[in-house]
Design a protein around this ligand. Structure first.
Ligand code: ADP
Ligand code: MG
Ligand code: MG
Length: 889
């Protein structure tokens, strides 16, 4: 096996072997761009090193051979005393990863060669500056010395000289600093800074290998689901110097604006600087455009190269470059990060430029980016003061009065106030307050903190870990930088997409993308901006490509109409329990309390026309499109008053000797229906089997509504769905009764309704016996919320707030299985059931309802296992459409 590749030997597709940085350095080299020569040690070498604790035997010789070749090319030897070749040792895994080792520059300098470098460059200052940087970086990243010690020494040197920036230090100062740095190394690392250049290089290479397994890197990989065995590559690259005086410098650039996608000159440049100086912000950079007047020749060449890179990568690239005494060198490139809006714009711009096709354009955007563009946003934030910035934990824009405890949040929101719950960090006791608040702000904790996880689960705006804010919950106040105090009741605004916190009220505007989906703004019309135009076009690409249909979860005509505007091709889940609330609750109560057959029938009779009217409205809103109606699912006690409240009422009435017969009956019913674990109790099809007439009343309402629509020349397409089936026998019984009712209605109304009857697959047993169940079902709809609960044995209502944070922190899963389908567990049951169902009934229609239907990664999975449609809440439909298109291209 070959462990080392010269930059001339690799290419951009070898990221697995050469890492991202190495593969792209090779690609640029082969494009004929000016890249300082060098070579890449493969991830394979790293794997051997990590497995066996030692570098592979062949590696040393291969590195030697490549080093010799490099030395010949450069005409000087590594660390040579009179004219040293210097190199950088740079880590570079397939995916860039925080927590991995930093780059070490200037390897090859020693007490001797620093003199040679000074002579060759004719610049003492430069040589000593390079040497002190080497000891600093090497000490910190290879020998594990606390980096602050070097920083403090550097600050002290500047202070002693009464200067502000490092370029004002002269050769003599830097020489002294080198002595100081070497002392720090000796005391802290217990060894001398190595003077042998090859030893420096080998130690740096091994340190890069080792950095694959730091705790931070491991945690990051678990959370991002990056396999732990990929290993990192190591790049050895001959040094070029941006710190050789004013005709040298270093910079970063984008081939187009990463915020708008517009072509132009975007980047920063810093004269007389090396490496990270630009991003480290140690001195003020100048906009890249100014390079034109500093060094026209290099500037023109850079523009030329950026164009070459764009045409070659067919995408926005970001680059690092260095100019050494008027000579331009390329040090890195990669396809660059961009904002969500720019991703859509750039994808369509590239299509227009003829660089990519529609299918490729779909790969350049994501559903997550689209979702981000659909949140309302702040308008004119400039008018109010930004007072802090935390982690953008859950997107959206929220404005409200600051409250510092859950109790107040609930109390104030009940009286109609909008509140932002501000806490140091949240815990399960804060749940009520979090639900009541418009948004949540914490001063501690990261993306996996309790606040962040729970807020994302609820779709609530959240900024967490805003550390500059001093939250004092006891005194109900927070102090912002500068000393201003926010008291309980003061208005604040938080932006969950940027993490910014503002004092006062920032006006919130709806997203232009939502305005467009709602039909209030038309792409191509005058008021449509570029973004809407781009989204419009990408959605059209997706709709043309996708195989999966997208339906909505909607319970009433209003939601259904909105879903239709958002592109829904039907309703995948209409929950009938929502039709039993409000003023109808009383009727349901009577049904539950009925002592006699007659009483029960009476209340069912009263419910029938109401139910029917709901369906008439729904079917007409969705005329011509399928509507799946789920028969009653939740446990009955959900329709009865709260047990404690009721007990109090009864006790009060008793003590006052008031009549309370009804309350008493209710209370007895509540006791009778009380279950230890309602999620696994009397619900779903079980209700239909034990409460005579309940399901048939609902079926009759559906059938009569459909018949009415038919006779009014409508096109109703109702599908009746039976929830929580575990065995085909349950379904058969319910089905037989339903068929009878439908036949009756058809005969009475003179219509042929063609209602299909199917079931939800949401219990493991249903999935495992799907082949049998399909005999009685014309369609399956996977209820992945309940299926996840029952497969994992998690109660969703409890676990997200109690131990999911710990699970996420420990990397047991990177994302909640209620957010993204657990492919290995829940997903394999879906796959198995789909296959078994289709084996029994080849035209079985398969869909999924439950929030996974709108989750990007899950949509791809459902596409792969061959489902016919996904169903999700109206707001997520565009995301599902887009992801279904991406999955198919
Ligand atoms: P990162 O992955 O953190 O960007 P890099 O390996 O790109 O790390 O290096 C850090 C900095 O050092 C960058 O600014 C890079 O351009 C610069 N650099 C790396 N190698 C060299 C080199 N051979 N000559 C000059 N500068 C270099
Ligand atoms: Mg870099
Ligand atoms: Mg369910």
């Amino acid at each position: 096996m070959k462990f080392v590749y010269d930059f001339t030997e690799g290419n951009k597709d070898l990221k697995d072997l050469l890492g991202g940085k190495g593969a792209n350095l090779a690609e640029m080299t082969n494009l004929g761009l000016p890249v300082p020569p060098g070579f890449t040690i493969t991830t394979e070498a790293c794997k051997v090193y990590l497995d066996s604790g030692d570098a592979p035997a062949a590696l040393r010789d291969e590195v030697t051979a490549h080093l010799v070749a490099l030395e010949e090319k450069m005409g000087k030897k590594l660390g040579q005393a009179d004219d040293p070749l210097l190199v950088s040792v740079r880590s570079g895994a397939k995916f860039s990863m925080p927590g991995m080792m930093d780059t070490v520059l200037n390897i090859g300098l020693s007490d001797k060669s620093v003199q040679g470098l000074a002579k060759q460059a004719g610049d003492d200052r430069f040589a000593w500056d390079s040497y002190r940087r080497l000891i600093q970086m090497f000490g910190k990243t290879v020998l594990g010395v606390d980096g602050d010690l070097f920083e403090e020494a550097l600050e002290a040197a500047k202070a002693a000289k009464k200067v502000v920036v490092d370029t004002e230090l002269e050769a003599a100062d830097l020489k002294k600093l080198v002595t100081k740095f070497k002392k720090i190394v000796k005391t802290e690392a217990g060894r001398d800074f190595p003077q042998d250049p090859r030893e420096q290089m080998d130690l740096a290479i091994h340190a890069v290998f080792d950095s694959w397994n730091t705790d931070r890197a491991k945690l990051y990989r678990r959370q991002e689901r990056i396999p732990g065995d990929l290993g990192t590559a190591v790049n050895v690259c001959s040094m070029v110097f941006g710190n050789l005086g004013p005709d040298s410098g270093t910079g970063v650039a984008f081939t187009r604006d990463p915020a708008s996608g517009h072509q132009g000159v975007y980047g920063d440049y810093l004269q007389n600087a090396q490496g990270e100086d630009v991003v480290a912000g140690i001195r003020n950079t100048v906009p890249l455009a100014e390079l034109e007047s500093i060094d026209k020749k290099s500037y023109d060449q850079l523009m030329q190269i950026m164009e070459t890179l764009e045409n070659h990568y067919k995408d926005l690239c970001d680059i690092e470059f260095t100019i050494e005494r008027g000579q331009l060198w390329m040090l890195q490139t990669r396809v660059g990060k961009r904002t969500a809006g720019a991703a859509f714009r750039i994808a369509t711009q590239l299509v227009d430029q003829g660089l990519i096709d529609e299918a490729e354009a779909l790969q350049r955007v994501t559903g997550a980016q689209l979702a981000q563009l659909m949140f309302p946003r702040f308008d004119d934030e400039a008018k109010v003061a930004q007072v802090g910035r935390g982690i953008a934990a859950s997107p959206g824009a929220a404005v409200g009065k600051a409250v510092f405890d859950s109790y107040t949040a609930v109390k104030w929101s009940r009286s109609g106030e909008k509140v932002i719950l501000v806490r140091r960090e949240t815990n399960p006791d804060d749940l009520d307050g979090m639900i009541a608040a418009e948004g949540i702000l914490t001063s501690r904790g990261g993306k996996t903190s309790h606040a962040a996880v729970v807020a994302r689960g609820m779709g609530k705006t959240c900024v967490c870990g805003a550390e500059e804010l001093e939250v004092d919950t006891k005194r109900r106040r927070m102090t912002v930088p500068g000393g201003h105090v926010v008291e309980e009741g003061d208005l604040i605004s938080i932006d969950g997409s940027s993490g910014k916190v503002y004092l006062g009220e920032v006006p919130v505007v709806p997203s232009p993308v939502v305005e467009y989906f709602e039909g209030r703004m038309h792409a191509g019309a005058q008021d449509a901006d570029e973004l809407v135009e781009a989204v419009h076009r990408i959605m059209a690409f997706a709709d043309r490509k996708r195989r999966l249909r997208v339906r909505a979860n909607a319970d009433n005509a209003e939601d259904a109409l909105r879903a239709r505007r958002f592109g829904a091709q039907g309703i995948g889940l209409c929950r009938t329990e929502h039709m039993f609330l409000g003023d109808r609750r009383e009727l349901v109560e009577r049904l539950i309390l009925a002592d006699t057959e007659a009483e029960r029938e009476d209340s069912l009779k009263a419910l029938l026309p109401l139910q029917k009217q709901d369906f008439v409205e729904l079917f007409s809103a969705m005329d011509g499109l399928p509507v799946t109606v789920r028969l009653l699912d939740p446990p009955l006690h959900e329709f009865l008053p709260d047990i404690t409240e009721l007990s109090v009422r009864v006790a009060l009435a008793e003590s006052r000797q008031e009549p309370h017969e009804n309350e008493l009956r209710l209370l007895q019913a509540v006791h009778r229906l009380h279950e230890q674990n309602p999620m696994l109790g009397l619900r779903g099809v079980r209700l239909g089997l034990v409460i005579p007439g309940l399901f048939t009343m609902q079926v009759r309402a559906i059938a009569e509504a459909a018949a009415e629509r038919k006779n009014a020349k409508g096109d109703p397409r109702a599908e009746i769905m039976i929830p929580l089936v575990g065995t085909v026998q349950e379904l058969e019984i319910v089905r037989e009764e339903a068929d009878e009712v439908i036949a009756e209605v058809e005969a009475a109304t003179g219509t042929s309704l063609k209602l299909s009857i199917g079931t939800m697959i949401e219990l493991p047993r249903a999935a495992l016996t799907a082949g049998q169940i399909a005999e009685a079902a014309e369609f399956f709809s996977f209820g992945t919320n309940d299926l996840t609960q029952t497969v994992w044995g998690f109660s969703r209502d409890d676990v997200e707030a109690s131990f999911f944070t710990a699970y996420l922190e420990k990397g047991i899963f990177g994302v909640s299985p209620f957010e993204t389908i657990d492919k290995d567990g829940v997903g394999s049951l879906v796959k198995l059931a789909a296959e078994a169902g289709r084996a029994t009934r080849p035209d079985l229609k398969l869909g999924v309802c439950g929030e996974h239907g709108g989750d990007p990664e899950s949509v791809h999975f459902f596409h792969e296992v061959g489902l016919d449609y996904v169903s999700c809440s109206p707001f997520r439909i565009p995301v599902a459409r887009l992801e279904a298109g991406r999955a198919a291209s």
